[in-house]
Ligand binder design. Structure first.
Ligand code: 5AD
Length: 352
């Protein structure tokens, strides 16, 4: 029994490791032990979620953003990005179409676009919930004050995605300009939790300057924060950003992190992300194998789909498109999984 297998067994039993142990595992794991890790993650995923895969219709409703994150293609200073924002009517049409296709969760994701006022967002959420009371609404719209998150919760929003990006403040400061603050990001996450949202945090694997210690710190943060969802995908450089010449995160490293998250938080909702599908044609399937249980196909109007360019070559066609649910479903069947039409709340989550 190798030291790495001992650590994997310990994680399986206790669902946590010390930061040093996570670091060693992340730094030293090699091929045969990776298989071992994936098998354990798949087993625990099946214990809670069986072979079901939840789908979310992703509506990227604005690519206008006041922030200037060094890694992101829709950063405010990128002049080459063709900007758009959807109207309330267009957003509702996306939901209507999604409903017909079988989606029961809509994710409204956007850059931090001040043109959408808190009141307007609340109004959009209310309308979606009135047309589709059986559906969950997830917001992913960045950092706002407690009172605004409260307004949206009261309007009917169920979940909120806000990746922490890295749990190491020093590292955070190398990925973001000075106007952005690690402490405010954390404040937002704890506010969302306190308000009763199902909350998602997350990070990019292989982001510039990231070390195995940073990833271990992410694991310890996640373990303590107990999010309902974790979004993890490889960093992929975008040509119009300061990180254009940086290396992308790898498939292997991303799969390792997915599996570690599944073993550390057995009940978490864990998507096989678009970024993972972008770096490898089988990324989605491999992500599911490593413990992921959610897919988020793109439900935005076709005319804007290729404009939400967070990174180069971002997928938005084929099985990445919400219309091709049948085809995605066939792919998942091939590896023994089934896409189901349901809200897909986190296992054990109690709605008030
Ligand atoms: N590569 C991979 N993921 C990225 N994101 C932003 N830019 C990139 C990139 N270049 C991720 C961030 C953000 C989420 C919406 O997309 O983690 O939180």
């Amino acid at each position: 029994m190798t030291r790495i297998r001992q650590l994997i067994d310990k994680l399986e039993k206790n669902t946590s490791l010390s930061q040093e142990e996570y670091t060693q595992l992340i730094r030293e794991i090699q091929k045969p032990d990776m298989e071992y890790l994936m098998e354990k993650a798949e087993k625990i995923r099946q214990k809670y979620y069986g072979r079901d895969i939840y789908v979310r219709g992703l509506i990227e409703f604005t690519n206008i953003c006041k922030n200037n994150c060094y890694y992101c293609g829709i950063r405010s200073s990128n002049r080459n990005c063709e900007r758009y924002r959807l109207t309330k009517k267009e957003i509702l049409e996306c939901c209507e179409k999604g409903w017909t296709l079988g989606y029961r969760t809509f994710v409204l994701q956007g850059g931090e676009d001040p043109a959408f006022t808190p009141e307007e967002m609340a109004d959009i959420v209310k309308s979606i919930k009135s047309f589709h009371p059986e559906c969950a609404v997830t917001l992913s719209f960045g950092e706002y004050p407690f009172e605004v998150y409260k307004l949206w919760k009261e309007a009917g929003a169920d979940r909120y995605l806000l990746r922490h990006e890295t749990a190491n403040k020093k590292h955070y400061e190398t990925l973001h300009p000075v106007e952005m603050s690690f402490d405010n990001r954390m404040r937002c996450l704890y506010d969302l939790k306190a308000l009763g949202y199902q909350v998602g945090c997350g990070f990019m694997v292989g982001s510039p300057n990231q070390t195995p210690e940073d990833l271990a710190q992410d694991m310890c943060f996640i373990k303590g924060f107990k999010p309902d969802m974790v979004g993890v995908g490889p960093f992929i450089p975008h040509k119009d950003t300061p990180f254009k010449d940086m290396k992308a995160g790898t498939l292997e490293q991303t799969l390792i992190m997915l599996a570690l998250i599944r073993l550390s938080l057995p009940e978490v909702l864990l998507p096989a992300t678009t970024a993972l599908g972008t770096i490898d044609p089988l990324g989605r399937e491999l992500g599911i194998r490593a413990g992921a249980n959610v897919c988020m196909p793109n439900l935005s109007p076709e005319s804007v789909r290729n404009k939400y360019t967070l990174y180069d070559n971002k997928l938005c066609t084929g099985d990445e498109a919400a219309e091709y649910l049948k085809s995605l479903s066939n792919r998942m069947n091939k590896i023994g999984y089934n896409i189901i039409s349901a809200r897909g709340d986190r296992y054990g989550f109690k709605r008030l």
